[in-house]
Design a protein around this ligand. Sequence first.
Ligand code: NAD
Ligand code: ZN
Length: 368
Amino acid sequence: MKILKLIVNTKNEKYPILIGSNLLLNLSKILKKHSINFQKCLIIIDKNISSKEINKIKKKFKNKKVFSHKFNATETNKNQKSIDKILEILLKKNFSRQDCLISVGGGITGDVSGYAASLFKRGLQFINIPTTLLAQVDSSVGGKTGINTKYGKNLIGSFYQPKLVISDINFLRTLPKREIICGYGEILKHSIISKKNFFKFLNKNFNKIINLKSPFIEKTIYESCKIKKIIVEKDEKEKNLRKFLNFGHTFGHAFEASLGFSKKLNHGEAVLLGMKTALDFSFKNKILCEQDYKIINQHIQISKLPKNVKKYFKHKDIDKILSFMIKDKKNETDKINLILLKRIGLPIIKKNYNTKYLKTFLQKQLVN
Ligand code: NAD
Ligand code: ZN
């Protein structure tokens, strides 16, 4: 069994990310090897994960007290009520800080579980077992946790690093194609903001990756996590460099929020639309070089990735989209800051765009 391993080294924490197949069968060994001990654990399980997988985990914890809680992972359930429910179980079962919370699910389950772990007695051991491609390549790395409110997405949360991340590609086999494409959105983002070679690899091997072929899928997850890990290590608290990971997200989050976080547009799809919009904006404002603009557009076209904002929005939605963009965490005033691209591997932050300018741009996007 080949395991790919990355170590994330932040100022106060150091933890491994393991990538491979059938990793759960070796769970006890993995925990022992990484000196992770606990008496009790609460497993928060995405309700779409089969009981067979959960039993595999439970079997490995024969000598521990294991509790589990099924979670219906929707953006609307990514809220304080779900956090309270988890905290209630932990309190009721008298968990100590040395016990452990384990998330088995996608980015929503991971973000909610991680936030609950950070709050419980100011920090309970947390293990993340991501089960979607998006979570394996992005959300399980870097310690951002959080919930949504009616004011927007992920506005409440914490930075809280896990003790361990186990990315078992076997989980991906039951994932709908649509969710695989969502994960691919974040992978593409990582390549565009930091590594032309990785972008070329994706361009060449898109079909193999999307069909989960080994060793392409493992390499893709590894490279994607590596890009994020390097950024997070340099800027854990998003003072500067980490902001680049939000490429496509200022537009993307606003798109999601405008549709009320409905299943019509998943996070990864919103990010793909957001990146396409940011690329068009970069090009039209003479920031992005023509050659790279063309190569990325070609990739989006050939891979049939979601790119058509017009399919989801009409003119009348623009004010709503802008109102969410103003609330973005990157803004310091009512003006809008955007992560844009100069060329593949070279993103930049452009500050203080006024709403009127963006409104005209979005109006044109919805016409062309
Ligand atoms: P998700 O957690 O909603 O999972 C997507 C869907 O797949 C859900 O319906 C879920 O039930 C189902 N599912 C999960 N695992 C499955 C499996 N193995 N087989 C079949 N179905 C399965 O969504 P996601 O795309 O994983 O994550 C999106 C969330 O991640 C967003 O809320 C976003 O804000 C967050 N996010 C966080 C970070 C971060 O740094 N913390 C980064 C990127 C995204
Ligand atoms: Zn994202």
